[in-house]
Design a protein around this ligand. Structure first.
Ligand SMILES: [Zn+2]
Length: 63
């Protein structure tokens, strides 16, 4: 598991650190690093990260 800080908040405890699996067999599970609740599916996470980077780009363009 890889622990990373993301621009997401755990819906349970509000933490922004998550554990992302590095092995194929559990690639779909992302868990909160603090309370260990299952946050979301990896594909949903990718979508959220894509949204976050798009928002950053727009913020840069607007400034
Ligand atoms: Zn949590």
């Amino acid at each position: 598991m890889l622990e990373v800080r993301l621009e997401l908040e755990c819906s349970i405890c509000g933490a922004q650190h998550f554990r992302i699996p590095t092995r194929d067999e559990d690639r779909d599970i992302v868990v909160c690093a603090r309370c260990h609740s299952v946050k979301c599916r990896a594909d949903d996470l990718e979508w959220r990260m894509a949204q976050a980077s798009a928002m950053r780009r727009e913020a840069l363009l607007a400034s």
